[in-house]
Design a protein. Sequence first.
Length: 583
Amino acid sequence: MAKSKKKLEAHSSGTIPKTLTGISGLDEVTLGGLPSGRPTLICGDAGCGKTLFSIEFIVKGALYYNEPGVFMAFEEKAEELKANVAPLGFDLEQLEKDKKIKLDYVHIDRSEIEETGEYDLEGLFIRLGYAIDSIGAKRVVLDTIENLFSGLRNAAVLRAEIRRLFQFLKSKGVTAIITGERGGNRLTRQGLEEYVSDCVILLDHRITNQISTRRLRIVKYRGSFHGTNEYPFLIDDEGISVLPVTSLMLNHEVSSKNLSSGIPALDKMLGNSGFFKGSSILVSGTAGTGKTSITATFANSACLHGEKCLFFAFEESPKQIIRNMRSIGIDLQKHVTEGCLEFYASRPTLYGLEMHLVAIHKAIKKFKPSVVVLDPITNLITIGSVSEVKTMLVRLIDFLQAEQITVMFTALTFNNMVNEQTDEGISSLVDAWLLIKDIESNGERNRGLYIMKSRGMKHSNQIREFVITDQGLNLVDVYLTEDGVLTGSAREARMLLEQTGEVIHAQAVSRKDRELERKRKILESKIESLKSEYESAEEELNKVYVEEALKKQIMGETLSKIADMRRGNTDSKEKNINKKRNK
């Protein structure tokens, strides 16, 4: 609360002093709260929430800002007020005992009020002044002003008395709220209060297509800038919540950290990183393509990594989602029990679009998740047009990005065209867009997943077959043939055919290898035989050469001997004979 107060004081710097109301969202719209020490008029039709608005202003001031308050009612008694706001957790009885607030009921008898210039509010001023001084009140509520001036018909007197009342409140230095009923074509019954008030807030409760919507608009605010649009607000068991949907600016921080999709193959298609934290992701496809399974896998992965996830379901109950996800091996109940996963389930027709936006905003503020899932957003078209849904989602995405919350939407497409109306309406808003398409061939239906866009990261441009198994989700590798991408049984048949061909080819190659091996061995055997024949021939030739040489040597010696004998060289003969003997 202190951090929020400092932020709002920064907004209101340079303007008149302001008092924080403590009402969720209103202080952002008013850029700091209501004008301090001045009266504010809250007007609207019956049932729009004027009294509750005022009570919450008093209670929050006493509880959060140590500013005691006086609530003076002209219609409901104190006991009735206490009983009416008790379901909201406001214990007015205890606050009154602690002298933090004071409840006062003033009965106005119309028969005693005459249309004269002697109409005097001094008695009321004394009573109100005493109540203020008794607890040191800083805040005052008068509910409702019509009962106080219902007997007056003189416009001049009426205007003078209203001005006197407002001047009295200013003189006491209190921040005041005065409630008033709306007139026919005017903001109030008298048509004067809005001119005298420094701040005028109009509450509206309208019914469109049998759906209730509450809206708030700041009609005027003297001395201060403020939001001028209509803002939806919600009344529930915690009081009033206003969503400043159009005061958001495109100045939020961004993160470069990544968050896994829970599907490893999809993370790989996203550059091995997953999605950026704080980004928005759209998953669209026809019925039965597995959109909820993807979101549940994403939520499961986030919880496993220590992130808190808030799952908004507009089609199935939480128990139904938990049961269905068990069939693909995901136990969401474990995360619910551990407190890191929470479901918010409602039919779209429960509120109008703006009320859904406020409810989502409030649930996120309460649970403080880092991951949000909305499944499916197309169901919201039943309570609004595509353009209205887009406007709502623009506001929601801006809020989530400002809070650095990663959000995943699912959208139902009603045909196989990529540019289906819903996708056209919101695909430009998101950071990443996954499209799941039916692929029908060979008498069966399969799924193909595309990454249509992923801002800020490199991603695959291929189509992948999306498979849902009892072990979770998977993306099968791309299988291209001359006939295109094959899926399902056609893919399995082609793979089997190719595997069979590979086996046959391997066998053929093996047979040829064995034949070549046999031929090699035969050739080696022949080479060995020829080598042996060559060596035998070579040996025979060498033998002939040796014998011839020996013959030549013997013939030479014989001829020499004969020559010696013819010359009568007996001595030499005897010498040779003796040498032989000696040997």
